[in-house]
Design a binder for this molecule. Structure first.
Ligand SMILES: Nc1nc2c(ncn2[C@@H]2O[C@H](COP(=O)(O)OP(=O)(O)OP(=O)(O)O)[C@@H](O)[C@H]2O)c(=O)[nH]1
Length: 394
């Protein structure tokens, strides 16, 4: 098309036709849409919120809305076994998982690469022409470094623009989390929209509302039950005040984007936080799962920051059971309609304060042994063995 324009200019100049008389050449068809693709910066929404605060639940609601039909999701989980991409209800080619680190520290470079790569593939037509990106951060991430990538990273800020930040806050655990985890305060303080989740489980979350209001006075606190999740993730240009993140991102603009964060490697600021996974090839029976849920309920509290798992059940091989817990809450068991990928192993991810993989691993092994013995006793017609959380089976 450039060649055609040049040729046209030359021949009209030769004939001395005034410039104003040149016919406008309409940009139509593939050429026009290609130029539009190059010129348009794609809006990005950051979805943040502490561990288990309901980010994926809200995102899944939003993804069912046609407003997010053209959205790509980038999800970050901190650890080798990631489950979030399996729990997001979108086709696998519109979800990208960034694992093995946290977006605000070690995988910031991966985020830059992922965004640049997505944009390149979009231009080449190798993937569908998405018009929006949602980045779901890990619950432990501070949003500022991600914001900086979008505002300041060369190659990213020319193709993408940060549209806004949505933060989820869990009504039940929110106050304790804000007291104990600085990331949670930053997530709220930088948000354009704060969504309080789980207020269905707590009748008067007034104290939390007030606290959120003090942390981010410009931002209305919305109730997850009332929001239009699709519209929530989209930020029409120019419909709000100057966002809090803009000045923060600008003041950090000089910082080199792409390497490790300033606060040390792999969450040095939270040296007490441990993350590990339990993986099993053998399906579980209902006794084992029930005992695990009982043990989780017994151990619920601030030390059990997060547990989530897909469980392969003997009685239900075609669809996994899903378990979720976060601090004080162990949520009711739910089920997926089908396995989201080829991987049908039981995978349970734990994020704890101080409690190590060995301790929890032993607890799960105890549970598995006990349920085996119960099964054997039952088949012999004997009495059921009782589980005690101190490890002594009676
Ligand atoms: N009752 C109730 N449960 C909720 C609500 N929102 C989320 N949950 C439950 O909370 C649990 C955790 O929700 P997720 O959406 O996985 O939380 P998350 O923030 O994505 O979790 P991580 O990214 O793993 O930290 C799940 O069992 C959800 O069903 C809510 O508004 N009410």
């Amino acid at each position: 098309m450039h060649g055609r324009n040049r040729r046209l200019k030359r021949c009209r100049a030769e004939r001395n036709v005034p410039r104003s008389c040149w016919p406008a050449i309409p940009l139509t068809g593939a050429g026009a849409s290609h130029i539009e693709k190059i010129m348009t910066r794609i809006p990005v929404t950051i979805l943040t919120g502490f561990l288990g605060s309901g980010k994926t639940t809200l995102l899944n609601r939003a993804l069912r809305d046609p407003q997010l039909k053209g959205s790509v999701v980038i999800v970050n989980e901190f650890g080798e076994i990631g489950l979030d991409h399996e729990l997001i209800e979108a086709s696998s080619d519109s979800v990208v998982l960034l694992r093995n680190g946290c977006l605000c520290c070690s995988v910031r470079g991966d985020l830059v690469e992922t965004l640049v790569d997505l944009h390149r593939k979009r231009l080449k037509g190798e993937i569908s022409a998405f018009d929006h990106v949602v980045i779901e951060t890990s619950g432990l991430a501070e949003p500022t470094p991600v914001t900086e990538v979008l505002v300041a990273a060369p190659g990213v800020n020319s193709c993408f623009s940060l549209a806004g930040i949505v933060a989820t806050v869990d009504a039940v655990n929110g106050l304790v989390t804000l007291d104990a985890h600085e990331q949670s305060v930053k997530q709220v303080a930088l948000a354009d929209r704060i969504v309080m989740t789980k207020s269905d489980l707590l009748t008067r979350p007034d104290e939390l509302r007030e606290r959120l209001g003090r942390l981010n006075p410009a931002c209305e606190v919305l109730d997850a039950r009332d929001v239009d999740a699709g519209a929530l993730m989209r930020f029409p240009a120019g419909d709000r005040q100057e966002p809090a993140w803009r000045s923060v991102a600008a003041s950090h603009g000089e910082r080199q984007v792409g390497g490790s964060g300033p606060h040390g490697e792999a969450h040095g600021h939270d040296a007490r936080i441990r993350r590990f996974a339990i993986v099993r090839d053998e399906p579980w029976d209902l006794d084992t799962l029930t005992l695990l849920l009982e043990a989780l309920a017994t151990n619920a509290g601030p030390a059990l920051l997060r547990v989530k798992g897909l469980i392969h059940m003997k009685d239900s091989p075609e669809r996994p059971a899903v378990i979720h817990g976060a601090q004080e809450l162990v949520h009711s068991l739910s089920w997926l309609d089908r396995w989201p990928s080829e991987d049908r192993r039981t995978r349970i991810v734990f994020i704890t304060m101080d409690q190590g993989a060995e301790e929890i691993g032993e607890l799960v092994e105890d549970i598995e042994r006990l349920s085996q013995r119960t099964r054997a006793a039952r088949s012999r017609g004997g009495r059921q063995v009782e589980f005690s959380p101190d490890g002594e089976n009676r």
